[in-house]
Every structure is written in structure tokens, then in C-alpha cells.
Design a protein around this ligand. Sequence first.
Ligand SMILES: [Zn+2]
Length: 337
Amino acid sequence: MDIISNSIGMIWIRIKYRLGLLYKISLFKLGFGRLLLKNRYGERILLFHGIDKTGETRYNSRFISKTFFEEFIKYITTHYNVISLDDFYKKKFKKNILNVALTFDDGYLNNYVYAIPILEKYNVHASFYITTVHEKTPYLWPDFLDLVSFHTEKEQVVFERNLYQKSIKNEFIWNGVSLKNAAKVLPYDVLKLIYTVFKSDWNALPPEDYKEYWKLMTEEQIMEIAKNPLFTIGAHGETHVSLIDIPFEEAKREVLASKQKLETICKQPITEFAFPFGFYNKEIAEYCKEIGFERLLLVDYNTKEDTKNEAWKNRFVMNPYISLEQQLAYLLKGSYF
Ligand SMILES: [Zn+2]
């Protein structure tokens, strides 16, 4: 009986949630989104990755269009309290309104080309977390893998002695694990073998046609952003691997190298760190603190206990698959669930 009443309860919760969301989306569509703001307040740090011309979702879920981005910025600057991450950490919030800070991960060139002019136009603060891989490759391995998986005519590839088959979603899968997920837990020296696997596709760089989806900012551009009082530069690891899955010494080296490299480029202390894939644990977070990272940006907290750590903040990831109205409704809700 308990099981039945529990499941009826669960169904009712889901129905209520769906109706609530439909109601919010309808209000936004009808132009009454502001009604939802009555007595609504809270704080969110938003997480963006790439901005492109069209909001392409064929390769991955990291890019939203510049038109969507501008409309979104216009909306939040009109209706919400958009603040810098610095003020966010200092809790300079306004009551009865949503307080929002903006962050960008990975260091794409498209941030510089599309996002920055829009942020300047609306006078909006943002923090950029840069992966400092440049000396090893001028792109990030997840972008290379997404693009080459889409482009290649190979139906199967061998990586670390396992045979990966291409799926209809253009992912290579072995034993239920994608090549990307298998690679992200490896130190860079091992995972870079993916370049050999796809050598006959792209021996050197991914082609220019795909440039919006792989080019990273140059050191000069990073330096220019660091000098702009609207913006902050933070670190995001050296090669974008999962810091909790590789040997600890290697993870420490990744974190420290990204800090030192950015400090050399920007000529200022780098005190913010965003974990690649949002993956963290106490050990690596402790090391980050030890070497001078005062603010650690996550995606989701691992435990409830972690929410109490003032230096650690979770982030709300932008979703490229939904309309502006849906995005605004989910933003108010604070989650997609
Ligand atoms: Zn990232």
C-alpha cells in the first residue's frame, strides 16, 4: 500500500511540476514573465561555454547562438540584478529579485568574437575560465573528438585495445561507454592517443570550416580580457581532463600549471578555478586552496555538506536545446528537474 501511495505521490509531484513549468513558459510567451518575479528572489551563477552564429547542436551541447545570447542578456539585465562574480561572493544581493552572475568555461575564441561585444554593450560583468592547453594543441580534445566523430567515415576505432563502434548519435561506444567518457578519466599523455586514432581524418588541425567549434582565444586576447574591468580571468585546468580520475600528482600539476601560465599571460594573480566537467573532490579542492585559488566553481555540489563551503559555488548550465521562454522559466526554477 505504501508503495502504491508513494508512487501516486510521485506521479502527482511530476504532474504538478509539469503544470507549473507549462504555466511559467506560457506567461513568458505572453509577455507576462515579470509576474513570476513577484516575491521571487535567489542567486544563480550561470555557466556558458561557446557562442556561435546559429546555435549548432549537432556536435555537442556547448554552443548557443549569438542572437539567443543577446536576447537573454537583454532580458536578464532588464528584469534581474546582474552582478559580478566578485559581488556574488561578497553577497551583494538585492532582495525580491533574482541575482545573477555570468561565467564562461573553456576559453573559446567565439567568446571573444561574439559574447564580449554583447557583454560590453549591456555593461555586464563576466568571468572566463580558460583551459591553458595552447602549447600542446591549439584546441581542446573534447572538441576535436566531437567534431572528428561527426566528420569521419570510420564506423569503428580501436582505443586502448577496445573496439568502439560509431552510434547513430555519432559517438563511438564500447561496452556502453563512450570514447569521450573513457578518455576524460585518463592523463593527457594517454588520452592524446585519440589524435593517432583519427590521424587519417585530420592529421593536423581540425578544419577552418569548424573553427567556431574548436578555436581558443590567443594569449593576447586573454590578456586584453584580463585588463577589462568588466571581466575576470580564472583557470580551468591545463588539458581539460577529469581531475578526480587521474593520479593525484598529475591533477596537482594540471591545476598549478594552469594557474602559473595564466598569471604569466595576465600579469595578475589568478584566484578563481572552475573544475573541468565540474568534477571535484575534497583532496583536489584542498590543493587548489593551498596554492591560492580562493573561489572554486563547480556545476553541482557532491553533497549537501559541500553547500556550506563559502568558497565553493554551484552553477546553472545554459541549455541550447530549449526556447528563450523555457530557458527563463528553468532559470527562475533554478534547475531542470
Ligand atoms: Zn570545460
